[in-house]
Design a protein around this ligand. Structure first.
Ligand SMILES: C[S@@+](CC[C@H](N)C(=O)[O-])C[C@H]1O[C@@H](n2cnc3c(N)ncnc32)[C@H](O)[C@@H]1O
Length: 227
């Protein structure tokens, strides 16, 4: 079976771009893969299975049924045994709004207490998901998250390192779709900040937002389970 990567569309982005961003090259990969937040149609996961790679996808919004798809919030548990997967990734999923910019802007504009109230729910969900993914990963194997969730990564780094989990920030270069995605996340963040206006948080600076977002999009977070 051919393992050539092609430019089919996913829910959001083309398959080649998603695989590129998370650092998975199907033509040089053997083993089981897990996609966290695979999207409604799980097109990357479907593509991988069609091309001879055993891949499972988890997403509460799934609209199709396949034996390798799990309709579920990953933070509530991944129904797979320990040490099951060779690689896990998450593209534009629950981690995408947990980046540095959130903390940066919010701290800049208000006090830590208000920031904590806004952040806590998402952070716990992200952390529970990380713990679940690490459980189902084989020792010494990687979980890649793109775009780089800067604040979350720095915030949880000491906690993860105490468990022996290594956290890296890897550069993503030559992404052909990068500028379109940066524009999109900037506009997502603008709506988010507009919503924060309800809490009295206003005045976000477009230039700083663009700079931080670009940095997040040009990197992925890679967690390695202790071997
Ligand atoms: C923007 S879509 C990205 C879909 C796909 N990964 C892609 O790159 O095209 C984000 C997806 O993340 C899923 N998601 C968000 N939180 C999740 C969670 N806790 N567990 C599993 N999936 C989650 C959403 O349901 C949504 O389908």
């Amino acid at each position: 079976m051919s393992k050539t990567i092609y430019d089919g569309n996913t829910t959001q982005y083309n398959i080649r771009t998603v695989l590129f961003d998370v650092g998975l090259d199907p033509s040089h990969f053997d083993g089981r893969v897990l996609d966290i937040g695979c999207g409604k149609e799980a097109r990357v996961v479907v593509y991988l299975n069609e091309n001879g790679i055993e891949a499972d996808g988890v997403d509460p919004e799934l609209t199709i049924e396949k034996p390798f798809l799990i309709k579920r919030d990953a933070s509530k548990g991944i129904p797979k045994p320990d040490n099951h997967y060779d690689f896990a990734y998450s593209s534009m999923s629950l981690f995408k709004d947990g980046g540095a910019s959130n903390r940066y802007f919010i701290i800049k504009l208000t006090d830590e207490k208000r920031f904590d109230v806004i952040y806590t729910g998402r952070k716990n969900c992200m952390l529970r998901t990380v713990n679940e993914v690490v459980r189902v990963l084989k020792p010494g194997h990687d979980f890649a998250v793109w775009p780089y969730p800067a604040f979350f990564a720095e915030d949880v780094r000491p906690k993860l390192e105490r468990k022996g989990i290594v956290l890296r920030k890897d550069e993503v270069t030559e992404d052909p779709d990068l500028s379109g995605k940066i524009l999109e996340i900037c506009s997502n963040k603008k709506s988010m900040y507009k919503a924060l206006g309800y809490f009295g948080l206003t005045g976000f600076d477009d230039d700083i937002m663009h700079e931080l977002t670009t940095d997040e999009f040009m990197h992925r977070m890679v967690l390695t389970k202790p071997g």
